[in-house]
Design a protein around this ligand. Sequence first.
Ligand code: 5RP
Length: 291
Amino acid sequence: MADLDDIRDGDNFGLNTPADTSAFYLKGLNSTDWGIKNRVSRIFNRKSGRTVMLAFDHGFLMGPTSGLERIDINIAPLAEHADCLMGTRGMIRSCIPASNTKPICLRTDTGTTILTDMNHNVLIDEAEAISMNASCMAAMIAVGDADTEAITIANISRLVDIGQKYSIPVMGVTAVGKAMARDSRYFGLAARVCAENGASIVKTYYTEGFENVVAATPVPVVIAGGKKLPELEALELAYNAIQCGAAGVDMGRNVFQSEAPLAMIKAVGGVVHDNLTPKEGFELFNDLKNA
Ligand code: 5RP
């Protein structure tokens, strides 16, 4: 039982300090639950409002692609320089130390590889996301693909239902339909479909007219890096996306296939968080590479 004597009445009510009613720092998420806000706050830097997510989920479709042969050797040492790690449950459990404190964006769809028709995917059990302490769950939608559009949109919709229940944000990943033009109209449509279905973050590709994609997607947008480019071009890609309003990158091959992955992730961080120009970022890359 609580003590009944010497009960001290509160006398420090801060009457001259109004309660903070300012909006949440990331766009479109002000009306989400405390748990979702708390989890996205682990992913997006509070000061810059942006993120450098490191994507290494490629193997679930592509097998041991270049740079991901040994995730324990090639990816784990980069973790401390990323804001968030995006991977599958198998690779994270096997290759990322459980003492890792970086937030996890768990790839939650699975089912096909590049050897067959992609995107006939299903979701893994949500208990996995909870037991792995995921800060975000990611699934892909294949907008414009007649065979797989419906199942992948149903997947993301169900994933958002699950995320709402446990306050885990969902990142919608826009796939590139084989028949679709890789332009801002297509990616704008796919990104918007993710947001309309309740995704808290959208991952898509940078294209000309990207400012329209970002403007019409009311939640934070991050870009994939796509296939390996020379480092300066990859930094230009990140820079251009940021100039168009992107909230960061979820980059894979342009980091782990770089000749100097550690230098590259730091240079990408400089562009994303510190507003370095591509030239400045490239100078940083070269300095770190040669150090
Ligand atoms: C595709 C993905 C990949 O993680 C993505 O493409 C990011 O990697 P990269 O920067 O190599 O394109 O989500 O489903």
